[in-house]
Design a protein around this ligand. Structure first.
Ligand code: MG
Length: 332
């Protein structure tokens, strides 16, 4: 509890753990606010992380906190630049585990090219660790959830269900090799930058600057939830093909045993991208070259209906209703 006192013990915690691993010129000034050079439009988002267990196959709460915020910025066509983080630490929490999580955050932030420039710690008389991260980025492209047009193709950047399957396995004590997909999708921000800098030419392919209409990270509630949000905001329907939904064999087996559907399951390193039809194959090529996106594939298209429809393996059509509630709390 004394680490939360605001006194010398707090200063020691901040110096020995947070400043040590997050160090950058802005943070180390230790002002009451970080002062940032920004110009033009900025994107701004926040998210809280309460995942249980704190460390799981493929990641931990720290990596999750950085990736969640970075991916939300990329989803609106922004290049992530700065993060803040608030730590709520339970009394008696292990300093070694805290440092492991902070190192993991720092490594992920480096990979994503973002600086952690401000933060806060509180200690409370409960168990566990909770992290809030906010982030800002430079808006480099105007994608929007309201921008999908009829006929456009829907790309999913990789295999679905891995984060949720990994957390469920840890909670239920099921042994397998399923790793959470938690990852910063920074390569997708690079695609925007390329489009921005040379609007008619990314690596010799003619792609319009407005080819990408919508991006959204496929997190809680899974693909179907994102598709419903898309239909509502873009006033459209969606048709997806069951045979094209990317799922790895292990998650498939896991879902078959437990009666789960990967299209409703949470991911932490997957993006949905809606692309104008004539550029879809070219954009897909670029997406597949991004780290963590090598299994990207076109799963369907935007229709002029209003439902989310799945064309099943045997050729039938099934209307996918939105996820009503989730039986698994504290998944992120
Ligand atoms: Mg999101």
């Amino acid at each position: 509890m004394s680490h939360g006192s605001g006194g010398q013990m707090t200063a020691k915690l901040i110096n020995d753990i947070f400043f040590k691993h997050f160090q950058n010129d802005i943070l180390l000034k230790a002002e009451d606010s970080a002062v940032l050079d920004m110009n033009g439009k900025i994107a701004f988002t926040t998210d809280s992380f309460v995942v249980e267990p704190l460390e799981f196959n493929g990641g931990d709460i720290g990596k999750l906190a950085v990736c969640g915020t970075v991916n939300d910025l990329i989803s609106v066509g922004a290049r992530p630049l700065y993060l803040t983080c608030g730590f709520i630490i339970g009394e008696g929490f292990s300093i070694e585990q805290l440092e492991r999580i902070v190192i993991s955050m720092s490594e992920t932030a480096k990979e994503a090219g973002v600086k952690i420039v401000a933060g806060d710690t509180k200690v409370i008389e409960t168990k566990g660790l909770f992290i809030n991260t906010s982030g800002i980025g430079d808006v480099i492209s105007s994608v929007s959830i309201s921008n999908s047009k009829k006929g456009s193709k829907i790309i999913v950047t990789g295999n679905l269900g891995e984060h949720q399957a990994s957390i469920m396995s840890a909670r239920m004590g099921i042994e397998n090799n399923i790793k959470s997909d938690v990852a910063p999708l920074i390569g997708l921000a690079n695609i925007f930058e390329k489009l921005q800098n040379s609007p008619k030419n990314i690596d010799n392919s003619e792609i319009s600057k407005t080819a990408i209409q919508t991006m959204r990270d496929i997190t809680r509630g899974g693909l179907v939830t994102v598709l419903h949000e898309l239909c509502e905001k873009s006033n459209c329907g969606v048709l997806i093909y069951e045979k094209k939904i990317p799922v790895c064999n292990e998650v498939k087996g896991f879902c078959d045993i437990l009666g789960l559907e990967p299209i409703y399951m949470a991911n932490e390193g997957k993006m949905l991208i809606v692309v104008e039809e004539k550029y879809a194959d070219k954009v897909l090529e670029f997406v597949k070259n991004c780290l963590y996106c090598e299994n990207a594939t076109i799963v369907g298209e935007i229709t002029d209906g209003s439902d989310v429809i799945l064309k099943t393996l045997i050729g039938g059509e099934r209307i996918l209703s939105p996820l009503y509630s989730e039986g698994l709390p504290r998944i992120c």
